[in-house]
Design a protein. Sequence first.
Length: 105
Amino acid sequence: MSEKLLTTREASQLLRISEKEVIDLANANLLPHFKVAGEFLRFRREDILKAKASVKKKHGSHSTAEKKIHKRERLREFIYFNDFYIVCSVLIAVLVWVIVKDLRP
């Protein structure tokens, strides 16, 4: 049985860092990784768990300003990866409001 390789998002969740930081660590060859189709990064769970201690030391002592930047970056990533759903939800809300507004006497 072959093991399931982790995506960049899953690796970032395990390491508790942003996806961009995972990509940067992989590109710097500080995180063992595989490239699928020459483009997509994949990681073995054991490699991520082994690297977690060293990554935690490097990223563990964030200042308050760095934590705020990290939260902003996470929000930016959330919007980037879910922009279609956000736009659709807003559009549906506006359409429902227009319909309900016209139903009132």
